[in-house]
Design a protein around this ligand. Sequence first.
Ligand SMILES: Nc1nc2c(ncn2[C@@H]2O[C@H](COP(=O)(O)OP(=O)(O)OP(=O)(O)O)[C@@H](O)[C@H]2O)c(=O)[nH]1
Ligand SMILES: [Mg+2]
Length: 192
Amino acid sequence: MEKVNFVKSVFDLNSLPKLILPEVILAGRSNVGKSTFINSFVKKKIAMTSSTPGKTRSINYYIVSERYYIVDLPGFGYSKAGKEITEKWKDLLKNFFTHERGKRLILHIIDSRHEPTILDEVFRDLADNFNYKYVVVLNKTDKLRRGEYTNALRNIVKFKEGLELNRNLFPYSSLTSDGKRGIASLIKEFIK
Ligand SMILES: Nc1nc2c(ncn2[C@@H]2O[C@H](COP(=O)(O)OP(=O)(O)OP(=O)(O)O)[C@@H](O)[C@H]2O)c(=O)[nH]1
Ligand SMILES: [Mg+2]
């Protein structure tokens, strides 16, 4: 069993962890299930989750078996304040991703029940500018019936060119841990 520990919450990019390790980064809309993904993936209630959007407000670092970080990002689209927050979020993300670090794997979490939003598109395009490995995790699949699941998979390939099941597209459920094996081997390969 892998050992997972909380490292720190980062509010300012000058205080990122000094130790550089590969980073598995959870990005996605607010309330999509990034923090829940972490808990289910590492089988430990380590990240704070909520049914109300906007729970994670800082960049949270967790370390797995002293070998890599899992990084929980604040969700996008949580905007009581609207546009201004969105701009701030874009800046923070852009700065975070342009900050000189080790290698990175971005898991873009998208709710399988809904079409990707405009902010998902903004993030996808932002991620395109960086040289990091990028995959889509289509989550909450436990909420879908079989036909809906098939449709979700069929539709998501329109989101980005070259999306391919189990290569850079992973269905997942935090409730049942369905799809965990594929992501586990992706990470294993990534940290080699
Ligand atoms: N059924 C089901 N519910 C899920 C799943 N993943 C997350 N949830 C629920 O979705 C809600 C939001 O989960 P969080 O993990 O807090 O979402 P987040 O993306 O971290 O949200 P922010 O911190 O606001 O960015 C919670 O009520 C979770 O229980 C899943 O795979 N299946
Ligand atoms: Mg969260």
